[in-house]
Design a protein around this ligand. Structure first.
Ligand SMILES: [Zn+2]
Length: 116
């Protein structure tokens, strides 16, 4: 796998899988996952890409490997982590005080209270 953060990147990318937000989209949008699989070269994948863990974005060589992975701690940890919404740019900007923060509209009752 080529360096994903530029040619000068010192970071190892061999084990780099899909990012959390991509996996989150995979889990909630079938088309998103299909597009990822269509972009792969089947001949280069272990077992022609038959055994794939969506949550961990990993391909496995055999059904036995895949099944033992499904029972493993890293997989369960990942499934749990995937239940949360991924951190987004919008959230980051809101935290920094930019953009449109979601503010609760005043209820009818609140507007009745006269501010002193
Ligand atoms: Zn997994």
């Amino acid at each position: 796998m080529p360096a994903i953060r530029g040619a000068d990147s010192k970071k190892k990318t061999r084990r780099h899988t899909r990012d959390f937000d991509q996996i989150h989209a995979d889990l909630h949008d079938k088309r998103h996952l299909e597009q990822f699989h269509e972009a792969q070269v089947l001949e280069e994948l272990p077992a022609f890409g038959d055994f794939y863990c969506v949550e961990c974005a990993k391909f496995y060589e055999s059904e036995a490997n895949y099944k033992s992975h499904q029972k493993s701690k890293p997989h369960k940890r990942r499934v749990k982590a995937m239940k949360e919404e991924p951190y987004s740019q919008k959230e980051a900007e809101a935290a920094a005080g930019y953009g449109t923060a979601v503010t609760k509209k005043p209820d009818a009752e609140d507007s009745m209270i006269v501010e002193e």
